[in-house]
Each structure stands twice: as structure tokens, then as C-alpha cells.
Ligand binder design. Structure first.
Ligand code: UDP
Length: 340
């Protein structure tokens, strides 16, 4: 019989989910994936199995499928849940906010209900630095204590509301342990190049747009704005390697498993910013591929500088990023090339 603690990972075939499943397995857990592949690919499951050299338990379905959830929670003694499954495109959320509220909040509610019914004590929620909106402290390394948060999109709102729902729910769940993880900008791919980011359609995010342009899928990268008040005029973000982010989830679970009733929120970022121009230049240097790019107008809603104060996550969870932005760029490119 397996000694491994079972962890349900909703959205476990997705970008951050798949890397987290691998790190959970490598750290002695038994991940159970729940995913309906609406925004991920089934072949990723095979790839995960190749990396861990073992089979992974998979349930194909949605978080709002009450019968399926009942079956999973009755079939397994689940020690914890990591809840990734959610829509995440800011622009799409502006066009169809109800779809975002319905899915992101609806899924969360049905998962929380299961935790309650099946007395599962440990929960990690996938949140985002977008909950900070355009907070004036973003440019100085924002801490979790920042107040007066005004998310700038329905997507970001679903994350802040999600945190608030969990906080309200926790009041009457004294023995339950919760980590709310606010991710900065996840980038890169697994070192094996077997799993990575699979954007649907035209990528919104910088690094997938760069790698697709380099691969000839996109004609040209536009750098959105070079007149910001930063050293080179382009925006600064805190890019965190997806494997480091995945490891933060494992550290969260390990921390929670030793607790008896806690809820806490953590920024998961490197604490260092890189400008868009730095990323583009590094990409060309590291891969020796020249990129077709030009400066264009600013993108609506972009904040000039965003980076995390990550002291809390380092101190509490004993987590620290191991990969550099250079590693992430190289791994993202290896992954892109593997797709051709
Ligand atoms: N960006 C860009 N061109 C692109 C995509 C992104 O110049 O095609 C810039 C964007 O304006 C921002 C940074 O890259 O300054 C990171 O954007 P991304 O969408 O990846 O993440 P965000 O921080 O907006 O969530």
C-alpha cells in the first residue's frame, strides 16, 4: 500500500498545475488530477507520467460536477487540495465577466463544500498579484499586508473575492489550514521540455509571445510602451520560474500539514524585477535567435513596475527560488522547440 499522502490537484493538467503535480510526486505525495481539459491538453498527462516514471490518478471532469467530486472524495482519503482550475485571461474576463464569476467562484464554492463534508483539512488556493490592482506600493516590492486592494479586471476580482470567500468560510472551520498564494509572473517550463505553457490562440503573455515569434508562429513582437518611468522605458515585472512556483505549493502543503488551524497569504515571486526590454535582449543572447520586434503604444491597464516583497514566503515556508530568469528563458525556448 502506498504511504503517499493523496493531494487533489484541480486543473492539474494546466501550466502551473502540471508542474506542481510533478513536484508533489517528487516530494513523496500522491497527486490526483481533476481536469476537464477545457484549457489544457490530454497529452500532458502522458508527459507527466514520463517525467515521474509512474502512473498518475486522473479524473476527467469539472469542479462543479458534484457527482464526480463525491465519487473522488469517497474513493480516496484526501489529505489536501490544491485548487488551480480557473479561467485566467484578463481580456476575456472583461468581455465575459459572468463566465469568469460563474466558473472561478462556482468551482471554488463546490470545492470548499467538499472540504467541509469530507473533513479535508489542508487547502492551497491559487491567487494572483493582480489582486493588488494598481496599488501605489507595487513599484517598491509589495507586501501581503497592503490594504485597500482594487483589482483592475473581473479576472483579478475573482481572485480577491475567492480569497475573501475562503477567509469567511475559515471562521467556522477552526481546524482547517489554508494558504492563499499570490503568484507574480510565472514563466519557463520543465527542464525536460516535456511540459510547459500551452497558450490558447494568440498568447497574451510576454514569454510565450516571444518564443512563438522566434519559432515563426507570430510575425513580430510588439513591446507595449517605451516611455514608462523606468530605466529603459519598458515595464518591469517579477518573472518566476514555473518549477519554483510549483515547489512553493509543495512547501505550502508541508507547512499546512504541520499546522492545526491556520490561514495565511503569501506573495510568490522572486523579489526582483526585469524589464520587457531586458527579457527580449536576454532571449536573443541566450538562444542566439534574433527576434523580430518593435516598440508600440502602451497596453491599457499595464502598471509600470510590479515586483514582490517575498520575505514572508521565504521565512514561513522556507521557500526560495532556485532558478534564474535566464534559466526560465532557456527552458521556455526548449519547450517551444519541442512543440514543432
Ligand atoms: N508585453 C509586451 N508585449 C507582449 C506581451 C506583453 O510588451 O506581446 C509586456 C506587457 O506590457 C507587460 C509585460 O510584458 O509589461 C508582462 O506582460 P504579461 O501579459 O506577460 O503579464 P502581466 O504582468 O500583464 O500579467
Amino acid at each position: 500500500m502506498s504511504e503517499r499522502k493523496k493531494i487533489l490537484v484541480t486543473g492539474g493538467a494546466g501550466y502551473i498545475g502540471s508542474h506542481t503535480v510533478v513536484e508533489l510526486y517528487n516530494s513523496g505525495f500522491e497527486p490526483i488530477i481533476l481536469d476537464d481539459f477545457r484549457n489544457s491538453e490530454e497529452f500532458i498527462i502522458d508527459r507527466i507520467q514520463k517525467i515521474i516514471n509512474n502512473e498518475v490518478i486522473l479524473y476527467k471532469g469539472a469542479c462543479q460536477d458534484a457527482d464526480l467530486l463525491q465519487m473522488i472524495f469517497e474513493a480516496h482519503e484526501i489529505s489536501g487540495v490544491i485548487h488551480f482550475a480557473a479561467y485566467k485571461a484578463v481580456g476575456e474576463s472583461v468581455k465575459d465577466p459572468l463566465m469568469y464569476y460563474e466558473n472561478n467562484i462556482g468551482s471554488l464554492l463546490s470545492i470548499l463544500r467538499c472540504l467541509e463534508v469530507y473533513k479535508v483539512k489542508n487547502f492551497v488556493f491559487s491567487s494572483s498579484c493582480s489582486v493588488y490592482g494598481d496599488h501605489p506600493k507595487l513599484g517598491n516590492g509589495i507586501t501581503e499586508e497592503a490594504s485597500d486592494l482594487k483589482p483592475q479586471s473581473p479576472y483579478a476580482n475573482t481572485k480577491l473575492i475567492g480569497e475573501q470567500i475562503i477567509t469567511d468560510w475559515k471562521v467556522n472551520q477552526p481546524d482547517t489550514n489554508v494558504c492563499l498564494l499570490r503568484y507574480f509572473n510565472p514563466v519557463g517550463a520543465h527542464e525536460s521540455a516535456r511540459i510547459g505553457e500551452l497558450p490558447l490562440g494568440v498568447p497574451n503573455n510576454l514569454l510565450p509571445f516571444i518564443t512563438q515569434t522566434a519559432a515563426g508562429i507570430r510575425e513580430e513582437l510588439t513591446i507595449f510602451g517605451n516611455d514608462y518611468n523606468t530605466e529603459d522605458g519598458t515595464c518591469i515585472r517579477d518573472y518566476i520560474h514555473v518549477v519554483d512556483l510549483a515547489k512553493a505549493h509543495v512547501k505550502s502543503l508541508e507547512w499546512l500539514l504541520a499546522k492545526n488551524g491556520v490561514i495565511d497569504v503569501f506573495n510568490v515571486g522572486t523579489g526582483k524585477g526585469s524589464s520587457v526590454l531586458e527579457i527580449v535582449t536576454k532571449f536573443e543572447e541566450l538562444t542566439k535567435v534574433s527576434l523580430n520586434w518593435s516598440f508600440g503604444p502602451r497596453r491599457t491597464g499595464d502598471v509600470p513596475v510590479v515586483f514582490a516583497d517575498n520575505k514572508k514566503v521565504k521565512e514561513y515556508l522556507k521557500w526560495t527560488p532556485e532558478y534564474t530568469v535566464d534559466n526560465a528563458i532557456v527552458h521556455a525556448w526548449e519547450w517551444q522547440k519541442s512543440l514543432e
